[in-house]
Design a protein around this ligand. Structure first.
Ligand code: GDP
Length: 372
């Protein structure tokens, strides 16, 4: 059989893997062959709905793309998930983009409690960027989902790109597609900055959104971050790790040697210190279950998949075992379960606290200066 390629991007047409390049539903393939206009689903959606669809690419392709960014004179827009900064960092980003200016976008701001001031989050994100080795030219907080600060972001991009191309980079799940779609919507509603009624060039590795002055916004595909909790759950349970609305913090007064189970996805042990309040920031639907530390291992083995869920009975068969990380804390700190949320601990030098955080093997747990 002759090899079929998409006339939009040149990808080899295939009907099996939805999230891979060239995917075309069987019915569309037949229709395309009839009419002679064969587009893959991604290009079809892009042409007809101005909508970006995710395609997963390999690490190698992603690195190649990043190098390409480094070889051009461009503004780099790095989208991260405020709720999961560590799960959204691109390791070595400043090295790959070699000196190009980076604008940092903290997306999903709608999830954070409303009481948190933007300036505090912006400062916090900027500090994290410094730790990663780059100094963003600006840091903007958005909610792609609720269309908050989209115009603000466009204006900030305009102010900093100075006639250059723009590369939007980010790992999967940070909301990059939703954000680009929101940008396109905002702009096509009000055509002064970017002309997006059509996308002449859709290439496999990136999407070009033409700007009035002949420059482009390039949307590069995201890469999967293996530390994200999301990769261990099925679609039905993803809602627990990808909250859709403002999280309501819950404070628990714990005695030493008490444990909080985070559904069956993680566990927080108060090992030693004075009785005190711990504030938990997790999706509102995730059940937190308090129990005694002694016997907690057996409790988990017995109840994971039923009382402690997600994972479900079925998911638990493939769910990685929980791994313990111990911390001695002498300040106001957050213990972060990557992609799931965090527990705020209020220790100080005179009253140090020892806690242990358990997360599925492969999912990182870290400690950071308290965000809130
Ligand atoms: P991408 O892989 O980076 O392109 O991310 P997507 O755009 O596919 O979004 C990943 C998930 O995050 C989806 O479930 C989105 O609905 C959700 N999402 C995207 N933007 C936001 C946002 O601003 N707030 C919230 N709460 N969720 C968002």
């Amino acid at each position: 059989m002759e090899e079929l390629v998409c006339i939009g991007c040149g990808a080899k047409i295939q009907t099996q893997e939805k999230d891979k390049a060239g995917y075309t539903p069987q019915s569309a393939l037949e229709k395309g062959l009839e009419t002679g206009e064969l587009y893959c689903q991604r290009c079809f959606r892009l042409r007809h709905y101005n909508e970006i669809v995710d395609v997963n690419i390999s690490d190698d392709d992603f690195l190649k793309l990043l190098h390409e960014v480094g070889d051009s004179d461009a503004l780099v827009v790095n989208v991260v998930d405020i709720f999961d900064f560590n799960g959204s960092v691109i390791p070595g980003l400043p090295r790959f983009t070699s000196g190009n200016e980076i604008l940092l976008v903290g997306n999903k701001k709608d999830i954070l409690p409303k009481s948190v001031r933007d300036s505090k989050v912006t400062q916090w994100l900027t500090e994290r960027a410094h730790e990663e080795g780059f100094r963003p030219v600006a840091t903007v907080l958005t909610s792609a989902q609720n269309k908050i600060a989209i115009r603000d972001l466009i204006d900030t991009i305009e102010a900093h790109r100075r006639g250059r191309d723009v590369y939007v980079v980010g790992v999967t799940n940070v909301g990059k597609s939703t954000l680009i779609n929101a940008i396109i919507q905002e702009i096509t509603g009000d055509k002064d900055v970017i002309t997006t009624s059509r996308f002449p060039g859709t290439t496999l590795d990136k999407i070009e959104i033409p700007l009035d002055d002949g420059s482009y916004i390039f949307d590069t595909p995201g890469i999967i971050h293996r530390h994200q909790m999301a990769h261990y759950l099925t679609a039905r349970n993803l809602k627990y790790v990808s909250p859709k609305k403002e999280i309501k913090p819950k404070t628990y007064q714990l005695n030493p040697r008490q444990t909080l189970f985070l559904g069956g996805l993680g566990r927080f042990d108060f090992v030693s210190g004075q009785k005190q309040g711990f504030t938990a920031y997790f999706d509102n639907n995730l059940d937190l279950h308090r129990t005694k530390l002694d016997g907690a291992d057996a409790f988990y083995d017995k109840h994971v998949g039923s009382l402690l869920t997600p994972p479900s009975e079925k998911e638990k068969l493939d769910f990685p075992k929980l791994v313990r990380h111990e911390f001695t804390i002498k300040d106001k700190m957050d213990i972060v379960f990557s992609g799931l949320g965090w527990v705020r601990v209020n220790a100080d030098g005179a009253n140090p606290v020892v806690v242990a955080a358990w997360a599925p093997e492969g999912v990182s747990v870290m400690i950071r200066k308290a965000l809130i």
